[in-house]
Ligand binder design. Structure first.
Ligand code: SAM
Length: 380
């Protein structure tokens, strides 16, 4: 395999040379490479380094911390954790693919990281062996699969402990978000419709599904941040334990929704779901992330991270509840859609609160009642 070297964060990483990719229709997809590497995920990884580092400072200050990236491909994520987070005692990287293993070994050497162990095993057996045979507590689990988290979520929950951070990426948004609602029923046991608010629905379906798995192990999830951008959803969950707590978590946070007049609403009858209707973020954690952001000004996506973290913090401080979309509201009343910026300032001029949402470039949150939203749309 011919290799090229790229720089991301503080890491230098060998990736397969794109000249050897099996190209179809003239496009090089990450999956066309012998070992997976997706430059579009740089923002995801930059934010992960920031979030994991904030998590350790907030929940495990001065403690020995072990993290595992069991689906590593080139090893880039785990190697960056080791290089860019001082307080990380040990990072385990792993891939079932032998070419990926070989490239990970080279990457560990290239970056001179001494606290990174490399494996070539099935992710589930490795996680189980570390937790149950070697009896090690795993403080951070980061799952970054192709598509769905389904093949790994049961193990990830079972090996987690009180205080573990479970971070995961899901790229099967078409299923989770409802555009493939038949597959959603089969895979995630959920009844959905296809709507434009698919990003938030995808997150809430994912959270509900993980909450049920957690409850089956008498465990609890608490979302610290959950967001969806580009082609994926990403969640960071704090794990807790307890039968009663897990019952309370389901009672309090699992619910249903309906979609009427272009907006999402909570629902008790003939509804879609089940989805997670509870908080999708923890405001104190978001504030800590915002404070820590300045330490990561060296990353390539810093401007985007800064904009994203601040917009997300603003929208979450206002409401952890459903976002709304200007396009679907206007369409439902057959009104032309105004610019979102003008619409938000018009609401503010009327004395309402209004914030843009990270879920869509026409997304917003506001305390203005529905008839005010419609009246404001008509004014342009
Ligand atoms: N985390 C990587 C990054 O940030 O660039 C990308 C990971 S890629 C999306 C998923 C990886 O999971 C692939 O390299 C694949 O070989 C590996 N994989 C798939 N099934 C696996 C399994 N059962 N055990 C271990 N690795 C597996």
């Amino acid at each position: 395999m011919r290799l090229s070297v790229i720089k991301e964060g503080k890491a230098l990483i060998y990736i397969p040379d794109t000249r050897d990719a099996q190209i179809s229709k003239g496009i090089i997809e990450p999956s066309h490479l012998d070992v997976f590497y997706n430059p579009v995920m740089e923002f995801n990884r930059d934010l992960s380094v920031l979030a994991v580092s904030t998590f350790i400072e907030s929940y495990w200050p001065g403690k020995e911390v072990i993290g595992i990236d069991p689906l590593s491909a080139t090893g880039i994520r785990g190697i960056r954790y080791s290089l860019e987070i001082n307080s990380m005692s040990k990072v385990i990287i792993n891939d079932i693919d032998k070419d990926a293993y070989d490239i990970m070994v080279k990457n560990v050497e290239l970056n001179g990281v001494k606290n990174v162990d490399v494996y070539n095993k099935d992710a589930n057996s490795l996680m189980r062996s570390i937790r149950f045979e070697q009896n090690q507590i795993i403080n951070i689990i980061d799952l970054d699969p192709f598509g769905s988290i389904l093949p790994f979520i049961d193990t990830a929950i079972s090996v987690s402990s009180k205080g573990t951070l479970l971070a995961l990426t899901a790229t099967d948004l078409a299923v989770l978000g409802g555009s493939k609602y038949i597959a959603a029923k089969r895979k995630y046991r959920v009844n959905l419709i296809s709507i434009k608010h698919y990003r938030e629905i995808a997150l809430r379906v994912l959270l509900a599904f993980i909450a049920y798995v957690a409850a089956s192990y008498d465990k609890v999830i608490k979302p610290l941040i959950a967001y969806s951008v580009d082609h994926y959803a990403r969640v960071y969950l704090l794990i807790d334990r307890g039968t009663k707590k897990s019952e309370e978590m389901l009672n309090k946070n699992i619910g249903y929704y309906k979609y009427e007049n272009g907006i999402l609403m909570k629902c008790d009858n003939n509804c879609y779901g089940p989805i997670w209707n509870g908080n999708i973020s923890d405001i104190e954690f978001l504030k800590s992330i915002n404070d820590k952001l300045k330490d990561f000004s060296y990353v390539e996506t810093y401007q985007r991270m800064d904009k994203f973290v601040k917009m997300y913090l603003n929208e979450m401080e206002f409401s952890n509840y459903y976002h709304q979309r200007l396009d679907t509201i206007c369409q439902s009343q057959k009104i032309n859609m105004p610019s979102i910026i003008k619409f938000i300032s018009a609401l503010e001029n009327k004395g309402y609160k209004a914030f843009r949402s990270t879920f869509s470039n026409v997304g917003f949150r506001s305390n203005a009642p529905y008839d005010v939203l419609i009246e404001t749309c008509r004014e342009f």
